[in-house]
Every structure is written in structure tokens, then in C-alpha cells.
Design a protein around this ligand. Structure first.
Ligand code: GLN
Length: 492
């Protein structure tokens, strides 16, 4: 008899627990990353200045999402999703174990590289296997499966963001070590259940398919590397960035990502053999790319600027216990767990009355919610400039608005990539959505690097940028939504 998991295919349980533990590690580590990098060596941190640490944070988190492009490609064409998840998880565990060794900056960055590479293999493939479990069923059951999976993500994040920072407050490396243990549990569960769970799903592709799919379009094969080299040489020789520093590399990567996205979209639009309606849909994807990158550039400051603010300028004393700063980040996962079903039900309720807002409206509102969240940071920063500490509820309110914004943007963006994309480009457009996330993370990291604790006066102004930017972009989305809706045609 076939086993099930809450009425869903049993394979969902494998994906649920593996992803839960992987996110436990990922977000647990993220909650202490910038704090560890900027803590001085006496207190056993890396002793980096805030700007360098912000750049390193941005580069690391951006790489995680960028590497999901090759990670997805290798699985689709060579090793299959199951092996990609397995080896990705092993790389992540090794990465966290390396971070657990107190051995200085170089070894630390090596550990981060392992985690980024491993996540690039694991994350896109575990997400796409969720879809495969439902075969041709494109309806509500599949959506419910994805919602359950999103719960796993946030349950793991929630506990990771509590336990890892608490342990790290005694010893940084024990915190990183706990992240390694989390991934270990995920791997054990995966191995134990994978055969029973997946049958034929996620095995390496058949020979014929892999050969034909492996032939990458020459425009990409030669065009993208040429563009990359030309950009890097141009940036270095004109003195725009200095590629010998981490900060310079992070700056350069922004240009590289934007150029790759422009190149790719121009190619698909001009030479992709698309007809009028499809061209319009791809243009909508371009807009969602811009909206997504803007959203993540504010949202992902949770791990950079907001985390530094929590450490340096927030009153974290609870009945005599000094709560570690990173723990505050668990607020995001907490709000997602509580509000994801409510927002989901709200869309269904509105849809029944023909009132469900279309995608550009949801994006516009999500961006505005992000900006409103930052308003609380502006006033928290004003309190800090007067020499006092801000109450924790300020950050919690910020995270509340950011989390509701996330529910308006993240799942909506993901599903629209699959719906708007011409079928032959679906995988790549999904990849582009991750590229938008990468760009957002990079901006969030480098921006976070400006939070110099010795220059408190500039903080309200800095946070104000992230009120104006998303609200501005959000209003543009709302204003143009009638046109964009027409471009989207029958797609909601
Ligand atoms: N919290 C979600 C996850 O980890 C989305 C993160 C993102 O896309 N930036 O999957």
C-alpha cells in the first residue's frame, strides 16, 4: 500500500524534512554571519570592518542564488535531482563543519564557498522535485503541496534562527557546528526515505535527452563569458571598482548580474523567435525581475543592516536575559508560518468574488509594505541617534511588514515565472527569478556595509532610502498595472 504524508504523496515528507533541516542550517548561519565577521578578534570574531563584512555577506548570499543556475542545469542534464540534493547537502554540511573550525578569515571564506555551492545544488532541485511529485496535476493539490513545503522552509528557519545564535553567543564555532548537525539530520532522513519516496523521479536523465539538452546555444556559450571578461576588464581599467578587494568584487558583481540579465532578456526578446503576445509576457517578466530585485534588496537586509542594528542599537534584555541579536530574525519565519495560510485564504476568498488582485498590484502592494516596514527602522534609528536603544518591537514591526510583503511577492513571483514564460524558456526564466534574488542580496549586503556604528547620525537617512525606493517602485507598479494586466493576457 502506498504511504502518504497528510494526504499528499509520501515523497513530500522526504522533501519536507530535508528542506527543513537545510533551512535550519542556512538561516541559522545567516543569523550570525555578519555579527561574527564584524566582532573583533579579542571576542573571537573575524574583526573585519563593516563595509568589508557587508560586501562578503552580499557576495555569499548572492552566490547562493546564482549557483542555483548551474545547480539546476547539472541536475536536469547530467546527475538528476536526487543526486544533486544528496551531494549538495554533503557540501553544505562540510561547509558548516569548516566554519566550525576557529581558523581565521581564509578558512572561513572557504567554508562559505562550500555552503554556497552546496545550496546551489540542493535548493533549486529540491523545489522542482516538489512539482514532479504531482505529475500533471496543476491544480489546488499541487499548490497545497507547495504551501506545505513553504512551511518546512520556515519551520527550519525559525528554529535555526533561535538555536544557532543562542549557541553562538557562548561560542561562535559551536553555532556554526550546530548548523552542520542540522544538515546531517536532513541528509540522514533523505537517504533513509528517498527510494520509497521517489521511485523514478529525480533519477539521472536518459542518455539521449542529456546529449541534446547539453548543447548550449553558442550565443550564451561565448557571449556571456566574453561579456563578463569585457565588463571586469572595463571596470578595473577605468578605476570604477578595485577587484583586489572584497568590496570591489561585490561592486563588480552587481554590474555583471545586471548585464547578464539585460543580455539574456534582449536575446529572448529580439532573437528568441517569439510572437507578439509572448513578447509582452516576457516584458512582464522583466518588470517582475525589477520588482523582485528591489524587494529583496530591502528584505535581505535582515541578515545585514538590521542584524547589526539589533546588536548595537536595540534593547534586547528580557527579564535579565540578554537575547542574542540574531534570534530576532526568527520573527520573519514566525510571521510567515502564521500568515501564509491567512493570506492564501484571502486570495481564494477574493477570487471567489472576482476581486483577487492581479500580479502587478500584488507586487506594488508588497513593495509598499516593505517600505512601510522600513519606516519603523527610520524611527528606531532616530532613537539611536539620541543615544538611547530602540525597543525590540520596532524591529519586530519591521519584520511583520516585510513578511506580509514577502507573501505578496515571493510565491506570486515564482508561480508567475512558470505561467508567463513561453514553455521553452520556463527553466531559464525560473533561474532569472533567482538572479533577481541574487542581485537583491548583493545590494542588501553592500548597503548594510554602510552601517558604521561610529557614525550613527547618518542611519535614519540610510533607512529612509529603503522607504522611498520600494514605495516609489511599488507606486509605479500600481500606476501601470492596467497596462501590465493587458500584456499578461489571460494569465492572472
Ligand atoms: N525564505 C524563502 C526561502 O528560503 C525565500 C527566500 C528568498 O527567495 N530570498 O526559500
Amino acid at each position: 500500500m502506498n504511504k502518504t504524508f497528510f494526504g499528499h504523496p509520501f515523497g513530500l515528507s522526504t522533501l519536507f524534512f530535508t528542506e527543513m533541516w537545510e533551512r535550519f542550517s542556512f538561516y541559522g548561519m545567516r543569523a550570525i554571519l555578519i555579527l561574527f565577521m564584524t566582532t573583533d578578534k579579542v571576542q573571537e570574531g573575524l574583526g573585519l570592518d563593516t563595509e568589508t563584512a557587508g560586501a562578503a555577506y552580499g557576495l555569499y548570499t548572492a552566490s547562493v542564488y546564482l549557483l542555483s543556475l548551474p545547480g539546476g542545469w547539472v541536475a536536469d542534464n547530467i546527475i538528476g535531482q536526487r543526486k544533486a540534493i544528496w551531494y549538495g547537502g554533503i557540501l553544505i554540511m562540510i561547509g558548516h563543519a569548516i566554519l566550525a573550525i576557529p581558523a581565521g578569515t581564509t578558512v572561513f571564506f572557504l567554508g562559505l564557498a562550500f555552503v554556497a555551492l552546496g545550496t546551489g545544488f540542493l535548493k533549486p532541485n529540491i523545489s522542482s522535485i516538489v512539482g514532479s511529485l504531482y505529475g500533471d496535476d496543476k491544480g489546488a493539490r499541487r499548490d497545497a503541496g507547495f504551501s506545505i513545503f513553504y512551511m518546512a522552509i520556515n519551520l527550519g528557519s525559525f528554529f535555526g534562527q533561535i538555536f544557532v545564535p543562542i549557541l553562538a553567543s557562548y561560542n561562535w564555532h559551536m553555532g556554526f557546528g550546530l548548523a552542520a548537525v542540522g544538515m546531517f539530520f536532513g541528509l540522514v532522513y533523505f537517504r533513509k526515505t528517498e527510494n520509497e519516496s521517489f521511485g523514478e523521479i529525480g533519477l539521472p536523465p536518459k542518455k539521449e535527452k542529456s546529449d541534446s539538452a547539453k548543447s548550449v546555444n553558442p550565443i550564451f556559450k561565448y557571449g556571456i563569458p566574453a561579456l563578463l571578461i569585457a565588463t571586469l576588464v572595463g571596470l578595473q581599467t577605468t578605476g570604477t571598482v578595485n577587484l583586489t578587494s572584497i568590496i570591489g568584487v561585490a561592486e563588480a558583481m552587481k554590474y555583471v548580474i545586471v548585464l547578464i540579465a539585460l543580455f539574456y532578456f534582449a536575446y529572448v526578446l529580439l532573437a528568441g523567435g517569439l510572437e507578439g503576445p509572448d513578447i509582452k509576457k516576457v516584458l512582464v517578466i522583466v518588470l517582475l525581475f525589477i520588482g523582485g530585485a528591489t524587494f529583496w534588496s530591502g528584505f535581505e537586509q535582515a541578515g545585514s543592516a538590521l542584524n547589526l542594528f539589533a546588536r548595537d542599537f536595540t534593547e534586547r534584555n528580557i527579564l535579565g536575559w540578554l537575547m542574542p541579536a540574531g534570534v530576532l530574525q526568527s520573527a520573519n519565519s514566525f510571521f510567515i508560518i502564521i500568515f501564509a495560510p491567512i493570506v492564501g485564504a484571502m486570495w481564494v476568498w477574493l477570487a471567489k468574488r472576482n476581486l483577487n488582485p492581479r500580479t502587478p498590484v500584488k507586487f506594488g502592494l508588497g513593495l509598499i509594505l516593505l517600505g512601510i516596514g522600513f519606516l519603523f527602522m527610520v524611527s528606531a534609528a532616530q532613537i539611536a541617534t539620541s543615544g538611547m536603544k530602540a525597543g525590540m518591537f520596532m524591529l519586530i514591526l519591521t519584520y511583520f511588514f516585510h513578511s506580509i510583503g514577502e507573501l505578496f511577492v515571493s510565491p506570486v513571483g515564482l508561480s508567475n515565472m512558470t505561467k508567463l514564460s513561453p514553455p521553452q524558456y520556463t527553466g531559464q526564466m525560473m533561474g532569472l527569478w533567482f538572479v533577481a534574488t541574487a542581485l537583491g542580496n548583493l545590494i542588501a549586503g553592500t548597503f548594510g556595509g554602510h552601517f558604521d556604528p561610529s557614525n550613527v547620525q547618518q542611519m535614519p537617512e540610510l533607512f529612509m532610502t529603503f522607504v522611498k525606493l520600494p514605495v516609489g517602485v511599488g507606486l509605479i507598479f500600481l500606476a501601470f498595472s492596467p497596462i501590465v494586466r493587458r500584456w499578461m493576457g489571460e494569465i492572472h
